[in-house]
Design a protein around this ligand. Structure first.
Ligand code: NDP
Length: 329
């Protein structure tokens, strides 16, 4: 069994030296436990926060111990709580080839219903984040104009498509390259721009001449400031992530135009997907339906091998992914 440990805490941008590949024995299950041969693991932006030794909504990763995160694989040993060898299960102990997990902490999934990777992305945590943030937190209504940043990523690409499928009037996305912008147009976004091509506010105003009603924020910083500037009266923002500042060593400046929130009566609402589990069933039904009908597409960027997992994570922070970034183990 090979696993990735956190060797040191990054200061600013993480580097390969912050990680260590460690070989251990394949674990044997005790009572109530099963061993899972992981097939795919997720790398996610929130993991960067867990590499800092600070109190947050999830505890920090420990040094010299395996990292963890979403993973899917087959049970190869142990039987407990209705879970047995051969079952495909979703659980929280990625970053290792073999995981020893509590049978209570796994979710059985049907590998015949969808490709297993879908359970880590479009039908999993990132898909639910998009669905809950857009429809519950920002309460998007048909006819509204929606702007989403990080639009070619796992969450953002779902936000834009779900907005269109739920009747948004106009959907605008921003992303970090010309190829990503082209992909957004193919996914049905009405307009998209590369944030490297000029000030975000200027590009957003050009794409949304009648203003923005709903902003789904994955980026923070200049994107949030631009959205506040472009938002209409009673606009709502779902504050999902602020990836532009995850590697910052100095606190970023607040949006300089925050006072506009008053006159425009804006709502800026932060949220965590974990608080929206009650929507899971409705979300899976609706999104699986769109997938079956071919009305929704999703991209995946797959990196091979546990030894490449740190590089996959670093690549995610650098924007090397289209859609969901995954590691095949
Ligand atoms: P993505 O698939 O969107 O990958 C991250 C993307 O961020 C990169 O591909 C890159 O794309 C973009 N990015 C990196 N640095 C910058 C920057 N400085 N400015 C603008 N864009 C940048 O990841 P996820 O879909 O998994 O996550 C998207 C966001 O949602 C993150 O902020 C994450 O923390 C948040 N999140 C929040 C959850 C919650 O419960 N609140 C749950 C899940 C995710 P590009 O090439 O376009 O720059």
């Amino acid at each position: 069994n090979r696993e990735i440990h956190l060797a040191s805490r990054p200061d600013g941008w993480p580097t390969p030296e912050n990680f260590r590949l460690v070989t251990t024995e394949v674990p044997t299950p005790g009572p109530g436990q099963v061993v899972v041969r992981n097939r795919f693991m997720s790398v996610d932006p929130y993991m960067r926060g867990r590499m800092n030794d600070v109190k947050s909504y999830v505890p920090p990763f420990a040094l010299d111990a395996p990292l963890d995160g979403g993973a899917i694989g087959e049970v190869v040993a142990g039987e407990a709580g209705g879970v047995k060898p051969g079952d495909t299960v979703l659980h929280g102990l990625g970053w290792r080839e073999y995981a020893l997990v509590d049978a209570k902490g796994v979710r059985k999934v049907d590998p015949g219903l969808a490709p297993v990777t879908a359970y880590l992305g479009v039908l999993g945590m990132t898909g639910l984040t998009a669905y809950a943030g857009l429809l519950d937190v920002a309460a998007m209504k048909p006819g509204e104009t929606v702007f989403v940043s990080g639009a070619a990523g796992a969450v953002g690409s779902m936000v834009g498509q779900i907005a269109k499928l739920r009747g948004a009037g106009r959907v605008i996305g921003s992303a970090g390259s010309a190829a990503k912008v082209e992909r957004l147009t193919a996914l049905g976004f009405d307009a998209a721009f590369d944030y490297h091509d000029g000030p975000v506010y200027k590009q957003l105003k050009a794409a949304a001449p009648d203003g923005v009603d709903v902003y789904f924020d994955n980026v923070g910083g200049d994107h949030l400031e631009a959205a506040i500037g472009a938002m209409n009266l009673h606009g709502r923002a779902a504050i999902c992530g602020m990836i532009a500042q995850y590697n910052a060593t100095e606190p970023p400046a607040a949006p300089r135009n925050l006072a506009l929130v008053i006159g425009k009566r804006l709502t800026l609402r932060g949220f965590l997907v974990g608080d929206h589990g009650h929507l899971r069933e409705q979300f899976v039904q609706e999104v699986a339906g769109w997938l079956r009908e071919g009305r929704l597409s999703y991209d995946e960027t797959i990196v091979d091998g546990i030894e490449q997992a740190p590089e996959a994570f670093l690549g995610l922070l650098r924007g090397e992914n289209l859609g969901k970034m995954l590691v095949r183990l």
